[in-house]
Design a protein around this ligand. Structure first.
Ligand code: ZN
Length: 287
């Protein structure tokens, strides 16, 4: 049976698969291994006709701290079977970074959002930046009462994460406020925005997610697919995908700007002190 390094694949109830991010020591930061394993797990659940609903969860204490930019054990994108046909991952200038982010961020987010069976994110603890993307691509979001959300990438000189669903998830004005300030928002606030379906006591989150998924899994499979895609396509007709593609270019422009200004893809003034120390040393060497 295929096994995984960064996730677990479970079947906690009839008709239900659960993909569990299992890097709690790294607060479930999403590295390349996790990205490709989540994609493989969705493929497995998609091809298994017995599975009708998929839960995406993370081992305690936190759902996801976002993208892990370090890469595990020196692995590069070439160590994995690539999903897109874009290529040019090692190209210079803006080209290589755009290619990589199209593959591992925008591309997989689109695939998982349009995965043709209902999906439920079960979110506890902190859900930051790239972690939001993981929750947002799911159809339903159940959050523990102590869940906290935040996209702080403006501090790193970028206009939000690569999957720019903020205006759709938070509402136009709240999206601006929370992007400009990089402030945290709570599970209850997220529920009020319409981003979170239900707020659940933390101890009950996992069971409630399975219960809901199992109920959904009793419905006719084809009607579930049709219903999901009907809503997604209505959202696309309202501009969702087009907007996402356009804003991805702004995100890449921010990276390119930072490369020109600081010789790195992010503005170093927003980095954590530990990371910044290493970065400053590197910049001094280059300078
Ligand atoms: Zn980026």
């Amino acid at each position: 049976m295929a096994e995984y390094e960064a996730i677990r694949y479970e079947t906690p109830a009839p008709g239900v698969a659960r993909i569990v991010m299992a890097r709690p020591e790294a607060r479930n930061a999403q590295d390349l291994t996790m990205t490709y394993e989540i994609d493989a797990a969705f493929a497995r659940a998609g091809r298994d006709d017995a599975i009708k609903c998929v839960i995406l969860a993370g081992d305690d204490p936190h759902f996801s701290s976002g993208h892990d930019l370090r890469g595990k054990a020196g692995k590069t994108i070439h160590d994995f079977e690539q999903i897109s046909h874009w290529g040019a991952f090692d190209a210079g200038g803006a080209e290589g970074r755009l290619a990589r982010e199209m593959e591992i961020y925008l591309g997989v987010s689109k695939r998982w959002r349009d995965f043709p069976k209902p999906t439920i994110a079960a979110v506890q603890g902190k859900c930051i930046a790239g972690g939001l993307m993981l929750a947002w691509v799911c159809d339903l979001i159940l959050a523990s009462d102590d869940a906290q959300f935040r996209d702080p990438v403006i501090d790193l000189g970028a206009c939000g994460v690569e999957w720019f669903a903020h205006p759709w998830e938070l509402g136009w004005r709240k999206a601006k406020e929370l992007l400009f300030t990089a402030d945290w928002f709570s599970a209850e606030e997220a529920r009020q925005f319409g981003m979170v379906n239900q707020v659940i006591p933390r101890a009950e989150l996992a069971d409630k997610a399975v219960e809901l998924a199992a109920r959904i899994a009793t419905k006719p499979a084809f009607a579930l697919k049709a219903t999901k895609l009907a809503v997604n396509q209505m959202q696309d007709a309202a501009g969702f995908q087009n907007g996402m593609n356009t804003v991805f270019a702004w995100h890449q422009l921010c990276h390119a700007h930072n490369m020109q200004m600081f010789n790195m893809a992010v503005d170093p003034s927003g980095l954590a002190p530990s990371v910044k120390g290493r970065t400053d040393a590197r910049l001094e060497k280059k300078g």
